[in-house]
Ligand binder design. Sequence first.
Ligand SMILES: [Zn+2]
Ligand SMILES: [Zn+2]
Length: 134
Amino acid sequence: MTTRKCAKCNSKFEVRRRYPNQLYCSMKCKTRVQSKSYYDKHKDKKAFKLKAKANFDQWRKKNREHFNDLCREKTKLWARKKRAERKAQGLCVYCGNEILNKKASKYHCISCLDKHRIMNRAWKARKLKEQKNQ
Ligand SMILES: [Zn+2]
Ligand SMILES: [Zn+2]
């Protein structure tokens, strides 16, 4: 019995007598290579791009909530990280500029401070409303 290395994943497999020219260990590897080469061949064609985009749009429509969650979660994480970085460096957590007047606010520059106050007020109002509705 001969063994051969899979052309895709490099794992060893036994060559069966019925398929002496087999290159891949499994159907999975074979399909992967084929769809990759199909993609490479067609990726620059306009029709293919349009179709791929249409597929994606359809998928996104079907999974809108899931997709939104994905984006939201990423943005949230990114914003949180950025905020922590800026806080650690003593920069304005909104715009990343240097804070010249630390007495006014530790975490916001003067031009962002108003924005922060307005947002804070809106947030508090929303909280109050939520508490009332409970
Ligand atoms: Zn394989
Ligand atoms: Zn700022």
